[in-house]
Design a protein around this ligand. Structure first.
Ligand code: NDP
Length: 251
Protein backbone atom coordinates (compact mmCIF):
# COMPACT_ATOMS: atom_id res chain seq x y z
CA UNK A 1 0.00 0.00 0.00
CA UNK A 2 1.31 3.48 -0.84
CA UNK A 3 2.32 5.45 2.24
CA UNK A 4 0.01 8.43 2.83
CA UNK A 5 1.37 11.17 5.09
CA UNK A 6 -1.24 13.75 4.07
CA UNK A 7 -1.80 16.24 6.87
CA UNK A 8 1.20 15.02 8.89
CA UNK A 9 3.73 17.61 10.09
CA UNK A 10 7.36 16.41 10.12
CA UNK A 11 10.63 17.92 11.32
CA UNK A 12 13.62 16.54 9.40
CA UNK A 13 17.10 17.68 10.48
CA UNK A 14 20.06 17.51 8.13
CA UNK A 15 17.70 18.07 5.20
CA UNK A 16 20.18 20.00 3.03
CA UNK A 17 21.88 16.90 1.57
CA UNK A 18 22.42 13.17 1.92
CA UNK A 19 19.95 10.87 3.65
CA UNK A 20 17.98 13.70 5.31
CA UNK A 21 17.41 15.49 1.99
CA UNK A 22 15.79 12.40 0.50
CA UNK A 23 13.76 11.62 3.63
CA UNK A 24 12.35 15.17 3.51
CA UNK A 25 11.65 14.96 -0.23
CA UNK A 26 9.94 11.57 0.03
CA UNK A 27 7.88 12.53 3.08
CA UNK A 28 6.62 15.60 1.20
CA UNK A 29 5.85 13.44 -1.85
CA UNK A 30 3.75 11.25 0.48
CA UNK A 31 1.79 14.38 1.48
CA UNK A 32 3.59 15.63 4.60
CA UNK A 33 4.40 19.21 5.47
CA UNK A 34 8.14 19.02 6.12
CA UNK A 35 10.00 21.44 8.36
CA UNK A 36 13.46 21.09 6.86
CA UNK A 37 16.38 22.01 9.14
CA UNK A 38 20.07 22.51 8.23
CA UNK A 39 22.66 25.27 7.94
CA UNK A 40 23.16 25.26 4.15
CA UNK A 41 20.47 27.49 2.68
CA UNK A 42 21.32 26.45 -0.90
CA UNK A 43 20.62 22.79 -0.11
CA UNK A 44 17.35 23.63 1.63
CA UNK A 45 16.26 25.79 -1.32
CA UNK A 46 17.05 23.02 -3.77
CA UNK A 47 14.88 20.70 -1.66
CA UNK A 48 12.09 23.28 -1.61
CA UNK A 49 12.26 23.62 -5.41
CA UNK A 50 11.88 19.86 -5.79
CA UNK A 51 8.98 19.71 -3.32
CA UNK A 52 7.22 22.62 -5.07
CA UNK A 53 7.65 20.93 -8.47
CA UNK A 54 6.16 17.70 -7.09
CA UNK A 55 3.30 19.66 -5.52
CA UNK A 56 2.59 21.28 -8.89
CA UNK A 57 2.24 17.77 -10.36
CA UNK A 58 0.38 15.99 -7.56
CA UNK A 59 -1.01 18.68 -5.22
CA UNK A 60 0.82 17.00 -2.35
CA UNK A 61 3.56 18.08 0.04
CA UNK A 62 4.95 21.31 1.38
CA UNK A 63 8.16 22.52 3.01
CA UNK A 64 9.03 25.14 5.60
CA UNK A 65 12.75 25.87 5.59
CA UNK A 66 14.58 26.44 8.86
CA UNK A 67 18.23 27.46 8.42
CA UNK A 68 19.63 26.59 11.84
CA UNK A 69 22.95 25.49 13.29
CA UNK A 70 22.00 22.71 15.69
CA UNK A 71 24.85 23.81 17.95
CA UNK A 72 22.52 26.76 18.74
CA UNK A 73 20.55 25.24 21.60
CA UNK A 74 18.28 28.23 22.15
CA UNK A 75 17.55 28.12 18.41
CA UNK A 76 16.31 24.54 18.90
CA UNK A 77 14.11 25.72 21.79
CA UNK A 78 12.71 28.50 19.57
CA UNK A 79 11.93 25.95 16.85
CA UNK A 80 9.77 23.92 19.25
CA UNK A 81 8.05 27.11 20.42
CA UNK A 82 7.35 28.23 16.84
CA UNK A 83 5.86 24.82 15.94
CA UNK A 84 3.67 25.00 19.04
CA UNK A 85 2.46 28.52 18.20
CA UNK A 86 1.74 27.78 14.53
CA UNK A 87 0.54 24.17 14.51
CA UNK A 88 0.02 23.13 18.14
CA UNK A 89 1.47 19.64 17.61
CA UNK A 90 4.06 17.64 15.67
CA UNK A 91 3.52 14.23 14.05
CA UNK A 92 7.02 13.16 12.98
CA UNK A 93 10.58 13.88 14.10
CA UNK A 94 13.50 12.63 12.05
CA UNK A 95 16.67 13.50 13.99
CA UNK A 96 19.06 12.80 11.15
CA UNK A 97 21.70 15.59 11.20
CA UNK A 98 25.12 14.41 12.26
CA UNK A 99 28.83 14.95 11.88
CA UNK A 100 31.66 12.45 11.72
CA UNK A 101 34.44 14.51 13.29
CA UNK A 102 37.79 13.03 12.36
CA UNK A 103 38.94 9.47 11.83
CA UNK A 104 41.93 9.37 14.15
CA UNK A 105 43.50 7.43 17.01
CA UNK A 106 41.59 8.33 20.17
CA UNK A 107 44.65 9.88 21.77
CA UNK A 108 45.10 12.27 18.85
CA UNK A 109 41.56 13.65 18.76
CA UNK A 110 41.53 17.38 19.46
CA UNK A 111 39.22 18.53 22.23
CA UNK A 112 37.32 20.89 19.93
CA UNK A 113 36.62 18.05 17.47
CA UNK A 114 35.36 15.74 20.22
CA UNK A 115 33.19 18.49 21.65
CA UNK A 116 31.71 19.37 18.25
CA UNK A 117 30.74 15.75 17.57
CA UNK A 118 29.11 15.49 20.98
CA UNK A 119 27.36 18.85 20.57
CA UNK A 120 25.85 18.15 17.15
CA UNK A 121 25.19 14.42 17.49
CA UNK A 122 24.24 14.12 21.16
CA UNK A 123 23.41 17.40 22.91
CA UNK A 124 21.43 18.85 20.00
CA UNK A 125 19.49 15.57 19.63
CA UNK A 126 18.58 15.67 23.33
CA UNK A 127 17.67 19.37 23.07
CA UNK A 128 15.50 18.69 20.03
CA UNK A 129 13.78 15.78 21.79
CA UNK A 130 13.18 18.03 24.79
CA UNK A 131 11.82 20.77 22.55
CA UNK A 132 9.34 18.63 20.58
CA UNK A 133 8.43 15.75 22.93
CA UNK A 134 5.34 17.60 24.24
CA UNK A 135 4.28 18.36 20.64
CA UNK A 136 4.74 14.74 19.51
CA UNK A 137 2.63 13.59 22.46
CA UNK A 138 -0.18 15.84 21.18
CA UNK A 139 -0.24 13.96 17.86
CA UNK A 140 -2.62 11.02 17.48
CA UNK A 141 0.33 8.96 16.15
CA UNK A 142 3.63 10.70 16.94
CA UNK A 143 6.65 9.03 15.35
CA UNK A 144 10.32 9.70 16.10
CA UNK A 145 13.20 8.28 14.10
CA UNK A 146 16.74 8.95 15.27
CA UNK A 147 19.68 8.16 13.00
CA UNK A 148 22.33 6.01 14.59
CA UNK A 149 25.19 3.97 13.10
CA UNK A 150 26.73 0.54 13.25
CA UNK A 151 29.64 2.32 14.94
CA UNK A 152 27.47 2.56 18.08
CA UNK A 153 27.79 -1.15 18.74
CA UNK A 154 30.87 -2.37 16.88
CA UNK A 155 34.56 -2.04 17.67
CA UNK A 156 35.90 0.36 15.06
CA UNK A 157 39.46 1.65 15.43
CA UNK A 158 39.83 5.44 14.95
CA UNK A 159 36.07 6.17 15.11
CA UNK A 160 35.90 6.87 18.89
CA UNK A 161 34.12 10.28 19.03
CA UNK A 162 31.51 9.35 16.43
CA UNK A 163 31.01 5.84 17.87
CA UNK A 164 30.60 7.25 21.38
CA UNK A 165 28.12 9.85 20.13
CA UNK A 166 25.95 7.27 18.37
CA UNK A 167 26.02 4.94 21.40
CA UNK A 168 24.77 7.91 23.43
CA UNK A 169 22.03 8.58 20.87
CA UNK A 170 20.84 4.97 21.11
CA UNK A 171 20.82 5.19 24.92
CA UNK A 172 18.60 8.29 24.71
CA UNK A 173 16.24 6.56 22.29
CA UNK A 174 15.99 3.59 24.64
CA UNK A 175 15.10 5.79 27.61
CA UNK A 176 12.65 7.93 25.61
CA UNK A 177 10.91 4.89 24.16
CA UNK A 178 10.52 3.40 27.62
CA UNK A 179 9.10 6.66 28.99
CA UNK A 180 6.53 6.84 26.19
CA UNK A 181 5.71 3.13 25.90
CA UNK A 182 2.11 3.62 27.07
CA UNK A 183 1.44 6.60 24.78
CA UNK A 184 0.73 6.64 21.02
CA UNK A 185 4.29 7.94 20.44
CA UNK A 186 6.66 5.40 18.84
CA UNK A 187 10.41 6.07 19.09
CA UNK A 188 13.01 4.10 17.13
CA UNK A 189 16.64 4.30 16.03
CA UNK A 190 17.82 3.55 12.51
CA UNK A 191 21.27 2.45 11.40
CA UNK A 192 21.16 3.21 7.66
CA UNK A 193 24.34 1.29 6.85
CA UNK A 194 27.02 2.56 4.47
CA UNK A 195 25.32 5.06 2.16
CA UNK A 196 26.64 7.18 -0.74
CA UNK A 197 26.88 10.58 0.99
CA UNK A 198 29.41 13.28 1.82
CA UNK A 199 29.83 11.84 5.32
CA UNK A 200 30.65 8.37 4.02
CA UNK A 201 33.15 9.83 1.51
CA UNK A 202 34.85 11.64 4.39
CA UNK A 203 34.90 8.47 6.51
CA UNK A 204 36.17 6.09 3.83
CA UNK A 205 37.85 8.24 1.15
CA UNK A 206 39.26 5.35 -0.90
CA UNK A 207 35.90 3.68 -1.42
CA UNK A 208 34.14 3.61 -4.78
CA UNK A 209 30.83 5.41 -4.03
CA UNK A 210 29.12 3.52 -6.86
CA UNK A 211 29.29 0.37 -4.70
CA UNK A 212 27.03 1.99 -2.08
CA UNK A 213 23.27 2.53 -2.07
CA UNK A 214 22.08 6.00 -3.07
CA UNK A 215 20.60 8.00 -0.16
CA UNK A 216 17.23 7.99 -1.93
CA UNK A 217 17.16 4.16 -1.65
CA UNK A 218 17.90 4.28 2.09
CA UNK A 219 15.38 7.10 2.59
CA UNK A 220 12.70 5.02 0.86
CA UNK A 221 13.19 2.39 3.54
CA UNK A 222 13.28 4.84 6.46
CA UNK A 223 10.20 6.93 5.55
CA UNK A 224 7.65 4.12 6.17
CA UNK A 225 8.86 3.98 9.79
CA UNK A 226 7.01 7.31 10.22
CA UNK A 227 3.70 5.76 9.26
CA UNK A 228 0.86 5.94 11.81
CA UNK A 229 0.57 2.15 11.36
CA UNK A 230 4.01 1.48 12.89
CA UNK A 231 3.68 -0.32 16.23
CA UNK A 232 7.31 -0.93 17.22
CA UNK A 233 9.04 1.30 19.75
CA UNK A 234 12.50 1.22 21.33
CA UNK A 235 13.92 -0.75 18.40
CA UNK A 236 17.08 -0.38 16.36
CA UNK A 237 16.39 -0.91 12.68
CA UNK A 238 19.59 -1.90 10.92
CA UNK A 239 19.60 -1.66 7.12
CA UNK A 240 20.86 -4.77 5.37
CA UNK A 241 20.59 -5.23 1.61
CA UNK A 242 16.84 -5.34 0.86
CA UNK A 243 15.74 -5.96 4.45
CA UNK A 244 15.77 -4.55 7.97
CA UNK A 245 17.25 -6.42 10.88
CA UNK A 246 15.46 -5.00 13.90
CA UNK A 247 16.10 -5.76 17.51
CA UNK A 248 14.73 -4.59 20.80
CA UNK A 249 17.19 -2.71 22.90
CA UNK A 250 17.80 -4.72 26.08
CA UNK A 251 15.67 -3.62 29.06
P1 NDP B 1 25.78 14.13 5.30
O1 NDP B 1 27.10 14.63 5.76
O2 NDP B 1 25.57 13.88 3.87
O3 NDP B 1 24.63 15.15 5.78
C1 NDP B 1 24.62 15.57 7.12
C2 NDP B 1 23.47 16.52 7.32
O4 NDP B 1 23.55 17.00 8.68
C3 NDP B 1 23.55 17.72 6.40
O5 NDP B 1 22.26 18.08 5.94
C4 NDP B 1 24.09 18.81 7.32
O6 NDP B 1 23.57 20.08 6.94
C5 NDP B 1 23.50 18.41 8.67
N1 NDP B 1 24.28 19.01 9.75
C6 NDP B 1 25.56 18.72 10.10
N2 NDP B 1 25.96 19.55 11.08
C7 NDP B 1 24.90 20.36 11.36
C8 NDP B 1 24.71 21.43 12.26
N3 NDP B 1 25.68 21.87 13.09
N4 NDP B 1 23.51 22.06 12.27
C9 NDP B 1 22.52 21.66 11.43
N5 NDP B 1 22.66 20.65 10.55
C10 NDP B 1 23.84 20.02 10.51
O7 NDP B 1 25.46 12.85 6.19
P2 NDP B 1 24.59 11.52 5.88
O8 NDP B 1 23.40 11.87 5.08
O9 NDP B 1 25.53 10.48 5.44
O10 NDP B 1 24.17 11.13 7.37
C11 NDP B 1 22.86 11.29 7.88
C12 NDP B 1 22.79 10.53 9.20
O11 NDP B 1 23.02 9.14 8.97
C13 NDP B 1 23.86 10.99 10.21
O12 NDP B 1 23.30 11.02 11.51
C14 NDP B 1 24.91 9.90 10.11
O13 NDP B 1 25.65 9.77 11.30
C15 NDP B 1 24.05 8.68 9.82
N6 NDP B 1 24.76 7.57 9.16
C16 NDP B 1 25.25 7.72 7.89
C17 NDP B 1 25.91 6.67 7.27
C18 NDP B 1 26.47 6.77 5.87
O14 NDP B 1 27.12 5.81 5.41
N7 NDP B 1 26.24 7.84 5.15
C19 NDP B 1 26.12 5.39 7.96
C20 NDP B 1 25.58 5.34 9.29
C21 NDP B 1 24.93 6.41 9.85
P3 NDP B 1 24.40 21.44 6.88
O15 NDP B 1 25.85 21.10 6.68
O16 NDP B 1 23.76 22.15 5.74
O17 NDP B 1 24.13 22.10 8.20
Amino acid sequence: MTLDLTGRLAVVTGASRGIGYHIAKQMAAAGAHVIAVARTVGGLEELDDEIKAERARTGKGEATLVPLDLADMTGIDRLGGAIHDRWGKLDILVANAGVLGVISPIGHVEAKVFEKVMTVNVTSTWRLIRSVDPLLRLSDAGRAIVLSSGAAHSARAFWAPYAASKAAVEAMVRSWADETRNSPLRVNAVDPGATRTAMRAQAVPGENPDTLPHPSEIAARIVPLASPSVTETGMIFQAKPNRWVSYQMPA
